[in-house]
Design a protein around this ligand. Sequence first.
Ligand SMILES: [Zn+2]
Length: 75
Amino acid sequence: MDFEEPAGRPEAATIEHLVDSTFGGIRSSKHRRLAHAACNHARNEFRMQAERQFKQWIAQRQASAKTLNNKKTDV
Ligand SMILES: [Zn+2]
């Protein structure tokens, strides 16, 4: 862990938020931990990718449900 400035290097110390404040997480020191900048970034990228895939999956399910309903009303 590297606490020297500047903090843009992969091994630089950053604060990782375990409970995202956008989900109503309380801004408490319990919900923070030290993370390398690279690890923190990778974790955020992974989470955002998972959220995108989840939204796509929901949209596909909704689209296929609509198709099924349309077929029913056609009969
Ligand atoms: Zn790390």
